[in-house]
Design a protein around this ligand. Structure first.
Ligand SMILES: *[C@@H]1O[C@H](CO)[C@@H](O)[C@H](O)[C@H]1NC(C)=O
Ligand SMILES: *[C@@H]1O[C@H](CO)[C@@H](O)[C@H](O)[C@H]1NC(C)=O
Ligand SMILES: *[C@@H]1O[C@H](CO)[C@@H](O)[C@H](O)[C@H]1NC(C)=O
Ligand SMILES: *[C@@H]1O[C@H](CO)[C@@H](O)[C@H](O)[C@H]1NC(C)=O
Ligand SMILES: [Zn+2]
Length: 509
């Protein structure tokens, strides 16, 4: 589909969101110059920082992000802020421009790193002439030669396909059928390739989608598709019965390597043994402009960073805008991997803010407990709970399972947590009672789609959550009294969650 010119789509998307487009364009830049001397600033205070949060500032920045996403239309055919695209570079530059106005208050670091992204053009699968409905391509899959179909006998792989010995010798030139579980999709694909398979089919071991990623490309990986539990088990039954099964697979895809950048801003003042850190991801998926995911968190942090600059802090505050979250948390992983032990020990906690404004929202708090995560994670969870309760709002606890950028911190022994408003999951009846909205509908029906635009935001929920972000920043910037001291990274807890199922938006195992 050809995309409408920017002004037309911004206007219609803005209109649908009840935004007066002309009013937005007329807005003067905020007074963000940091021109009051540090000594004269008032001490940070939660109520004061929260009261700075307002809907118009969020809307102006959302319009900015939607506008820069259109810089990618020429190359991608539609607006996007995926890493490597003009829309993402402009997002990074917009963050840097804004922070430049605050240069007396923040030290800004730009961290470059390389990331892979998979571009899937098409794929097909037929098994004994039947096209399984559930087939999906794993992210970062290599193509079949020339993107053309390959055909071979389907060979059942033993166990979970996590050992070379699980792969029978007749997998060579065949199509490996592997059960999901126990090790990563990437490891299975690599082992199938080492045994000479033409392709790998990984079928789910639990109901639901197996939307997954191969993780990081390795040399022997083969074209890899996922199947539902039902479809995979049907093929397995055929194989174990008398029948031989033949499959034809075609994958037209490529993997591209991009250089991209994290943006990190740390207050110049404040105790640097007590760094209060928070992050959002600056990138989107290729499919759309990502205004909720994670334009919303990106903007909440940017606005809170502006408001905070009016105040004196006792502890340092560090804001991070990660790149390549959508490729598997690459920016936050890279950041954590570069920290020295001393730098790690200075970070008292990490707060993740990914998807703050889903249209069919729930107020979700990551269920980060101290028994399974670094000490302090639960205190952070309780700060969020207490705040929602104080506001007379309902909340729900959701799994803390590696789907966003807290992952690297938790695995390094740094306490963490965060809030979200929901992605592709369906709102339950019970949640519709708690939050309004529609049961049986996704929290964000435009998750990872083209329609994640200005009309895809619940501005009320976004203001609420931005106030909560302000509260979390102000509370810990003022004092960490009563917040547990950093413990030595506990090997017990590192292995309590050895393998989060997710590593970013996609399943990895
Ligand atoms: C592959 O070999 C296994 C035994 O190692 C056998 O059970 C299976 O039927 C063979 N599959 C095909 C397609 O030849
Ligand atoms: C900074 O924080 C550390 C750890 O809480 C504390 O020991 C130290 O006294 C603080 N420094 C200042 C200047 O307050
Ligand atoms: C939160 O996690 C704890 C510890 O794993 C678990 O016992 C509890 O049931 C979880 N709560 C919810 C609501 O998922
Ligand atoms: C909280 O949930 C209850 C149902 O359990 C509902 O009656 C109430 O209206 C909800 N509160 C808000 C602020 O939505
Ligand atoms: Zn996200």
């Amino acid at each position: 589909m050809k995309y409408l010119p920017f002004v037309a789509t911004l206007a219609s998307s803005a209109l649908a969101a009840g935004i007066n487009f002309a009013q937005l364009l007329d807005q003067k830049p905020l007074d963000i110059a940091d021109n009051i001397k540090w000594e004269l600033k008032p001490e940070v205070d939660s109520a004061a920082l929260q009261s700075a949060v307002n809907e118009l500032d969020l809307k102006i920045e959302a319009a900015n992000l939607f506008k820069v996403a259109h810089g990618s239309v020429f190359e991608y055919g539609h607006p996007t802020r995926i890493i490597g695209s003009p829309g993402h570079w402009s997002t990074v530059n917009h963050l840097l421009d804004t922070l430049h106005h605050l240069k007396h208050y923040y030290d800004v670091d730009v961290q470059s790193f390389e990331a892979f992204t998979g571009i899937l053009k098409s794929f097909s699968l037929s098994i004994n002439g039947v096209v399984p409905k559930s087939a999906d391509a794993l992210d970062l899959t290599p193509p079949t030669p020339g993107g053309l179909p390959v055909t071979g006998p389907v060979v059942l792989v033993d166990n979970y396909g996590c050992q070379a010995s699980d792969y029978p010798f007749n997998v060579t030139n065949g199509i490996a059928l592997i059960q999901r579980g126990s090790c990563s999709f990437g490891q299975k694909s690599e082992l199938a390739g080492l045994r000479g398979a033409k392709a790998a089919l990984i079928y789910n071991n639990e109901p639901g989608s197996a939307k997954g990623t191969l993780g990081t490309p390795t040399p022997h990986m083969v074209p890899s598709l996922s199947l539902s539990k039902e479809d995979g088990e049907a093929v397995k039954r055929q194989l174990l019965g008398s029948g031989s099964v033949s499959a034809t697979v075609a994958v037209d895809a490529y993997v591209k390597k991009f250089k991209t950048k994290n943006v990190i801003a740390t207050t110049r003042y404040g105790n640097d043994s007590n760094i209060v850190m928070l992050g959002a991801h600056s990138d989107s998926v290729a499919a759309g402009p990502g205004i909720n995911d994670d334009g919303s968190g990106t903007i909440s942090l940017l606005n809170v960073a502006k408001y905070l600059s009016k105040f004196k802090v006792n502890n340092k505050v560090r804001f991070a805008w990660w790149a390549a979250e959508e490729e598997g948390l690459l920016g936050s992983d890279y950041y954590v991997s570069k920290l020295t032990p001393k730098e790690k020990s200075q970070i008292r906690l990490f707060m993740d803010y990914d998807m703050m404004a889903s249209p069919n929202y729930a107020y979700q708090i990551y269920n980060a407990t101290n028994s399974e995560n670094p000490l302090g994670s639960e205190e952070l969870k309780n700060l969020y709970i207490d705040w929602y309760v104080e506001q007379g709002l309902n909340y729900t606890l959701v799994p803390f399972d590696g789907r966003s950028d807290y992952d690297g911190f938790i695995k390094s022994g740094i306490p963490g947590g965060g809030i979200a408003t929901g992605a592709e999951g369906l709102k339950t009846e019970e949640e519709a009672e708690l939050f309004g909205g529609e049961a049986g509908v996704a929290y964000d029906p435009c998750y990872h789609s083209l329609c994640d635009d200005l009309a895809n935001l619940d501005y009320g929920a976004w203001v609420v959550n931005t106030k909560l972000i302000a509260h979390s920043v102000a509370t810990y910037a003022k004092s960490l009294d009563g917040f547990p001291l950093r413990e030595e990274a506990s090997p017990v807890k590192m292995t309590a969650q050895p393998n989060f199922k997710y590593h970013g938006p996609n399943l990895v195992l």
